[in-house]
Design a protein around this ligand. Structure first.
Ligand SMILES: NC(=O)C1=CN([C@@H]2O[C@H](COP(=O)(O)OP(=O)(O)OC[C@H]3O[C@@H](n4cnc5c(N)ncnc54)[C@H](OP(=O)(O)O)[C@@H]3O)[C@@H](O)[C@H]2O)C=CC1
Ligand SMILES: CC(C)=CCC[C@@H](C)[C@H]1CC=C2C3=C(CC[C@@]21C)[C@@]1(C)CC[C@H](O)C(C)(C)[C@@H]1CC3
Length: 881
């Protein structure tokens, strides 16, 4: 990049611009780094694990910081910058220097002599000229930054093996960020930076030489000659945090470990401090003076608290938006600056093409190695497999990835866009080339999508749940079963008395249009939707650690925000607050009174959301569950096609897994307990026990939310009707069966019964939690103190299977614990009906079936290793069986 000629800038600020070139020259220290310079050795640039604590400190310092700790390993990134160098010719056209003079003046008002300062201005007598060289990085920092930047060479991608590092750090990707600043913008920055820094120096100098106090009418002219704009790269470790659906990057300088990036704030602390300080202000000042206590509460405390905490929460996103907007402005203004545009870009593009060539070379090498190891010769890697010349048009190899094709197209499109040429002949040529590039891109992109789809999303060849027939029964019979429990179980009996008396008449009356109509309850629908909406809002606005999930088939690792537990207590705090304002618990009786409507609404919702999920799973970039791509609509709709459906960064499956079902379950339980209280004016000990057990289970699940990321539902199953219906309907509407039964048939337990049931529950919980935690701890770090004594079997996949302690007793000892708990939840209902035991029966069947499914999946995953594991740990669920 080279600009011949001179660029003339002039300044006429009220400061001085007067100094001989010799002295100015001495004061500027810089080292210009040309593109040929070597920069730091690539070994020096490595993702050092200890940068993790620098990152954590950066986000953990200060009372209001959000203490982000989970960002995964850093990325090694070379950030691109432009180095602008030029020769600066400066000429001082005019300037005045001012000296303050002290005078004694008589003041007739005070009738005294007073001291006054006047400025005596004199023109600077000479016109000075000077010339010097400048070199700047585009973010306008000089000195060290220039020295640490490195010229682009394809070897930047070559990461040494770093065999001494943990696997996590050994496999870190090394990348080069694309340029997102135009060279013309960098030059504009450099120009204004040169102006302002030289002004500063001149001002200081003038004041010193003339012993002046002020300067004015300063007019200078600067001519920039021989401007060079060279791309350089600056090494950094980048941690990416997912925050409210946006990726925030934290940069750790590759040399001095200085850290920068957008910070996040703990909005709940901001809220507490704001509420506390506003309450203090209100108390001290006597309130807002409008609306009494209530006015002061809402306007003086709640409003500012909500506003400040919202600001704290959205501040990172606002500043990101602001930066984006500033960048857009830069780009717009750079467009007008045509003079720099073309020649600059050509140089930048040279560097970009180098990258592409290197990537292509690398992927070809890899491919050749792979095909040698597969012994395959069916595919060819050279350009002969490109009869249409599409790959050649984009300058990529036939093995290029979708991303490679995309970035090659973007680069070429920028370079060859007809709008960038004013000469008609060149414009014509560019138009032809541009059309060729676009055609090649559209064909190759589609091919890549198809190829990657086939590889990533193979057809499902084996059915579960008795295939399409079973799926059909699932989507029809199970909702009917839930309706049966809600419609046919009531205060007369579980099932109702009239069904027992004459079941034929009862059922013939049940399947009528009137009964169907009675299921439609708009108010219940509204309440149900409002509840889901509140959960969605909370999942967006509440803070929580951002945790990476397991690696997906496409190599991606999704991030999840752990705010389930916060959602839980916020739901109760919000509900409690509303009831307090209302002044009665009566709204909670709505649940019992509109039970059938609520159940029907949840079923309808489950059908609709599953349909939405099914339809959206046909997007070209959707990653499907291995078991959900059979091609049979009923089966795929039921089992779930898409593995991790997301809207932006909102993960629908993760949201569904723990929130509507589990939180809804406890909310409904509380409503039933309140109903019992309103009927009996007390809560029976059996109801209290059921409430305690269920709440304990749910709180435990939400508290250990992270653990659900490794469950089959998240890692393997798609999100379809099975999970959707399971969590929007089945869990909240059926897991509450015991609490509802105790409203209709209240009973108290003897102390002996109480003790036995409590004991059974805690035994179950002990097994369930210790086994699950042991597996999680072992999977997270097998060397940690609590699990390092465990014996394990190392599989060929690299995964270790525990074969001692809990996991040596049976292959799913956790299921046994879970089932014992399930049984203990049913026992408080006594033995008057089998219906409250439905949960233990169904759950037993579910766990047996789940164990078979998991066994099948593990056999596919681990092959011979699984057989070996099964021969060591023989029991499936119950030890010794
Ligand atoms: N209340 C409810 O309605 C329900 C509760 N649950 C509960 O959810 C919990 C999670 O269940 P789920 O995901 O089905 O099963 P597990 O938690 O038992 O996880 C099974 C997976 O763990 C890994 N694994 C198996 N054996 C070993 C071993 N010996 N050492 C180390 N890892 C092993 C395998 O995955 P890999 O090797 O690939 O990592 C396997 O696929 C259970 O406690 C269950 O009771 C489940 C369903 C419903
Ligand atoms: C018959 C029918 C509708 C089947 C759907 C099954 C679902 C109800 C269950 C499948 C796996 C589940 C899990 C939990 C709840 C029930 C479902 C969705 C779970 C969230 C309960 C709390 C636990 O601590 C858990 C997080 C481990 C668990 C995960 C599996």
């Amino acid at each position: 990049m080279y600009f011949g000629g001179l660029i003339r800038l002039s300044s006429s600020k009220s400061c001085c611009w007067y100094y001989p070139s010799k002295q100015l020259h001495e004061r500027i220290t810089y080292r210009f780094l040309s593109t040929k310079s070597k920069g730091p050795s690539r070994e020096k640039v490595r993702a050092i694990p200890f940068t993790q604590h620098i990152f954590e400190d950066y986000h953990g310092n200060g009372f209001f910081s959000a203490r982000v700790t989970h960002a995964g390993p850093p990325q090694e990134i070379f950030l691109p910058f432009w180095i602008v160098s030029c020769r600066v010719h400066a000429r001082l056209v005019q300037a005045q220097v001012g000296h303050s003079i002290m005078r004694n003046v008589y003041n007739p008002t005070t009738k005294r002599n007073e001291v006054r300062y006047d400025t005596q201005w004199t023109w600077v007598p000479e016109q000075y000229r000077w010339t010097h060289e400048r070199g700047l990085v585009n973010s306008i920092r000089s000195g060290q930054c220039l020295e640490q930047a490195t010229a682009f060479t394809p070897e930047l991608f070559d990461r040494p093996p770093y065999s001494d590092m943990d696997a996590e750090y050994r496999n870190v990707n090394r990348t080069v960020d694309p340029y997102n600043l135009y060279p013309a913008t960098a030059v504009r920055f450099a120009k204004s930076y040169i102006m302002s820094t030289e002004e500063d120096y001149a001002d200081t100098y003038l004041r010193k030489v003339y012993a002046a106090d002020q300067t004015r009418f300063v007019k200078i002219e600067i001519e920039l000659e021989d401007i060079k704009c060279a791309p350089v790269y600056y090494p950094a470790y980048v941690y990416t945090i997912n925050y409210l659906g946006r990726n925030l990057r934290t940069f750790v300088n590759g040399f001095d470990l200085h850290v920068g990036g957008i910070r996040t704030y703990n909005w709940s602390r901001v809220a507490i401090v704001s509420a506390g300080s506003m309450a203090m202000v209100m108390t001290m000042t006597g309130g807002v003076g409008w609306g009494g206590m209530s006015g002061s509460f809402w306007i003086g405390i709640v409003l500012p608290t909500v506003m400040t905490s919202m600001l704290a929460m959205y501040f990172p996103l606002i500043s990101l938006k602001f930066r984006d907007w500033k960048r857009q402005q830069e780009i717009h203004s750079a467009d007008k600056d045509q003079h720099f545009w073309d020649s600059d870009w050509v140089g930048a593009y040279d560097a970009y093409e180098d990258q592409q060539r290197y990537r292509t070379w690398k992927s070809e090498n890899q491919y050749q190695q792979q095909s040698q190891s597969w012994g395959s010769s069916s595919r060819t890697t050279d350009m002969d497999s490109d009869p249409q010349g599409y790959y050649r048009a984009l300058g990529v190899s036939p093995n290029a990835t979708k991303a490679d094709i995309q970035s090659a197209f973007r680069g070429l499109a920028m370079k060859k866009h007809p709008d960038r040429y004013s000469d008609p002949e060149e414009k014509k040529k560019a138009t032809v080339q541009f059309q060729k590039i676009s055609a090649a891109y559209s064909v190759l992109r589609d091919l890549r999508i198809m190829a990657s789809n086939d590889e990533l999303n193979p057809k499902t060849t084996e059915y579960e749940f008795l295939g399409p027939v079973g799926a059909f029964l699932f989507v029809t019979v199970l909702p009917l079963l839930v309706l049966f429990f809600s419609v046919c179980c009531n205060a007369t009996g579980y099932p109702s008395q009239s069904m027992f008396e004459d079941y034929k008449t009862y059922f013939s009356e049940l399947f009528t249009i009137e009964v169907a109509k009675s299921l439609i309850d708009p108010l219940a629908m509204l309440v149900y939707l409002a509840f889901i909406l509140i959960l969605v809002i909370y999942s967006f606005v509440l803070n929580g650690d951002v945790v990476p999930g397991t690696k997906l088939r496409n190599g991606k690792v999704l991030k999840y925000r752990m705010n389930g537990f916060r959602t839980f207590h916020n739901v109760f705090a919000f509900g409690g607050f509303l009831l307090y304002q209302y002044g009665s618990y009566e709204p909670l009786l709505f649940v019992y009174n509109h039970w059938v409507g609520l159940v029907a609404s949840s079923i309808l919702f489950s059908y609709i959301i599953s349909l939405y999920l099914y339809l959206r799973s046909f997007r070209s970039d959707a990653l499907l569950a291995l078991g959900g791509n059979s091609g049979n609509p009923i089966y795929d709709y039921m089992i779930g096609r898409e593995l991790n459906p997301r809207i932006g960064d909102f993960d629908i499956k993760f949201f569904t897994e723990l929130r509507p079902g589990l939180i809804g379950w406890i909310v409904l339980n509380v409503c039933f307990a309140v109903k019992q209280y309103s009927d009996l004016e007390r809560v029976t000990n059996s109801m209290a026990l059921v409430l305690f057990f269920h709440t304990f289970y749910v709180v435990d699940a939400l508290w250990n939310e992270e653990a659900c990321l490794t469950t089959m539902d998240i890692t393997t199953d798609g999100l379809g009707f099975m999970l959707g219906f399971g969590l929007y309907t089945w869990v909240p509407m059926l897991y509450t069966l015991q609490a509802r039964y105790l409203v209709d048939f209240p009973r108290d337990m003897s102390y002996v019964e109480l003790g036995l049931v409590l004991g059974l529950n805690f035994l179950g919980y002990f097994i369930f939690r210790s086994a699950n935690s042991q597996k999680n701890a072992f999977r997270n770090n097998p060397d940690s103190e609590s699990v390092k004594h465990l014996k394990y079997l190392k599989t060929e996949r690299g995964t270790k299977l525990i074969i001692s302690s809990w996991w040596g007793m049976s292959r799913h000892i956790n299921y046994l614990g879970d089932w014992l708990m399930a049984l203990s939840w049913c026992l408080p209902c006594g033995f008057g009906s089998v219906v409250p035991y439905f949960y233990a029966i169904y759950f037993g069947i579910l766990l047996i079936h789940r164990e078979r499914r998991d066994d099948h999946q593990c056999r596919i995953k681990y092959g011979k290793d699984w057989d070996k594991y099964c021969s060591i740990v023989k029991s499936r669920i119950i030890p010794g069986k």
